[in-house]
Write a protein that binds this ligand. Structure first.
Ligand code: CDT
Length: 312
């Protein structure tokens, strides 16, 4: 048996501050056409793909900050991407900065949508794990202001039946947390897709710089294996307005093996035919939740999200 979904991980090279949304959408449509010409069923774009990754800069002016956000998805600017997906019959995932008006409040999220091959939105995820700081750190070569510019996602880790399997999303920093994969795999995720903007430099802990690529792969390879899921991770790579971001766009099998990886720091497609039935040995044998584990024996309350420190 096999249930193959051919996926293109669409790495983006840098998006200059001067590049318009319309031009970025053209870049994405070009990648979409190339993915279709390789018979792909799904193309995954990266985190906040439509603009430069603005949390790297201190922005005080509210209008300027808002200019990086989408108030509608699709909008007149992004609609051509949805139309082309429907015309080509290919699904896609798009990461974007979302400005929502809910309960009379203005809210900002780091979001992604999963779109079917009919151009209709299947589901939305709002980034749960927000890295970085809220304050201005002018001595650092760049900022990491996601906590300032975004709220923590409030949609949980949903999964959807799509593309012949069960699909869930996370975004960038979420890939470093084991609970991301477990929350998704407890809801049956066979395919986990994500975009990331990861600088190669850690201003406060520079000794971590040489480990950036290693840690990026380590957490996802473990997450794929321990949860019996395919993981597709898509970078915004290269030198973007003075910030160097790692590449390593990759597709990881449920075995934990990296089966395809980018070679450049530019726009590049990484393509692999992912057989969702490769999840079976992990979900039904090695990590069979029903048969092989008893949460009530862990010594914590099952619903507890973080264990209290032991009393000495
Ligand atoms: N975009 C994003 O979440 N980036 C973070 C940078 C933090 S550095 C550990 C990431 O986890 O890649």
């Amino acid at each position: 048996m096999s249930r193959i979904i051919k996926i293109a991980a669409a790495q983006s090279g840098p998006v200059p501050l001067s590049q318009s949304r319309e031009d970025v959408v053209e870049r994405l449509i070009e990648q979409m056409r190339s993915a279709k010409s390789q018979d792909c069923d799904l193309i995954v774009f990266t985190e906040c793909v439509l603009t430069a990754f603005f949390p790297h800069w201190w922005i005080e002016d509210e209008d300027e900050l808002d200019s990086y956000f989408e108030t509608q998805m699709p909008s007149p600017i992004t609609q051509p991407l949805f139309d082309e997906a429907a015309r080509l019959k290919i699904g896609f995932q798009l990461g974007y900065a979302e400005l929502a008006f809910e309960d009379g409040n203005k809210k900002r999220f780091n979001s992604s949508v999963l779109v079917g091959d009919d151009g209709q939105i299947i589901g939305k995820f709002r980034k749960v794990h927000l890295p970085g700081h809220r304050d201005h750190r002018p001595d650092n070569p760049f900022q990491n202001l996601e906590k300032r510019y975004f709220e923590f996602g409030d949609l949980g880790f949903p999964t959807w039946r799509a593309f012949g399997g069960v699909v869930g999303m996370c975004i960038c920093n979420g890939r470093r947390w084991s609970e991301t994969y477990r929350a998704l795999s407890l809801q049956g995720a066979e395919l986990i897709t994500l975009g990331f903007n990861t600088p190669g430099h850690h201003p406060e802990f520079p000794h971590l710089d040489e480990l950036s690529g290693f840690h990026h792969l380590l957490c996802m390879q473990a997450g794929a294996y321990q949860n019996g899921a395919w993981v597709v991770a898509v970078s915004k790579a290269g030198e973007e307005e003075g910030v160097h971001q790692i590449g390593h766009t990759c597709i990881i099998a449920p075995s934990g093996k990296v089966v395809a990886e980018s070679k450049t720091l530019e726009d590049e497609l990484v393509v692999h035919a992912c057989d969702l039935d490769e999840t079976i040995p992990y979900k039904e044998y090695i990590f069979n939740y029903e048969k092989n584990r008893r949460i009530e024996h862990y010594g914590i309350i099952a619903s507890q999200t973080s264990a209290a420190p032991p009393s000495s």
